[in-house]
Design a protein around this ligand. Structure first.
Ligand code: S3P
Length: 181
């Protein structure tokens, strides 16, 4: 049987390194890299900030669902998912049905620092960012923990993180092939 190339979905909170890790892992695997935020922006012809302001968060979550359900190739991709994509009920299961899911994790301090200058995350904008971030993270953590493998991206060399993600992916890829034979 030809080796199957199930998609790898990188999930986790904003600022945990999904895009950077995704790019390097995709290169190692010879897969395409997709970023759900970017794909949605392209499809909509407007930025995430505009979508939140004009259509609201529920509409954005619906766009994320449509992207997962049919908006991207079924295999051979590393998909860096927006931080809230797996959070609405049923979404994690939908993503898990499409490929291998790995959650990246970082301390609140690292997330605060990494997201400090960016302006494209409407949920993390405004006063008292730290409190907002802590509240949002606490609400989401149970879902992130259910994803299966969580990989820490704090204070570790990038090549180590990439090797860890690749190791987990290859283990789960075999399991995936068995289940989807
Ligand atoms: C969001 C995270 C963002 C983006 C949007 C909402 C969230 O993606 O999808 O601003 O709900 O956590 P990143 O995780 O890539 O920053």
């Amino acid at each position: 049987m030809e080796a199957s190339r199930p998609n790898l979905y990188l999930v986790g909170f904003a600022g945990t390194g999904k895009s950077t890790v995704g790019r390097l892992v995709a290169r190692e695997l010879g897969y395409a890299l997709l970023d759900s935020d970017h794909e949605i922006e392209q499809a909509q012809g407007r930025t995430i900030t505009q979508i939140f302001a004009e259509a609201g968060e529920p509409a954005f979550r619906e766009m994320e669902r449509a992207f997962i359900d049919g908006g991207h190739p079924a295999e051979g991709c590393v998909v860096a998912c927006g931080g809230g994509l797996v959070i609405p009920p049923g979404m994690l299961e939908r993503v898990q049905a499409r490929g291998v899911v790995i959650c990246l994790h970082a301390s609140i301090e690292a997330v605060l620092e990494r997201t400090g200058r960016a302006t494209h995350r409407p949920l993390l904008q405004g006063d008292d960012r730290e409190q907002r971030l802590r509240t949002l993270y606490a609400a989401r953590e149970p879902v992130y923990r259910r994803t299966g493998t969580m990989i820490l991206t704090d204070a570790r060399p990038m090549r180590e993180i990439v090797a860890h993600v690749l190791r987990v992916y290859r283990e789960e890829q075999r399991e995936w092939a068995r289940r989807h034979r």
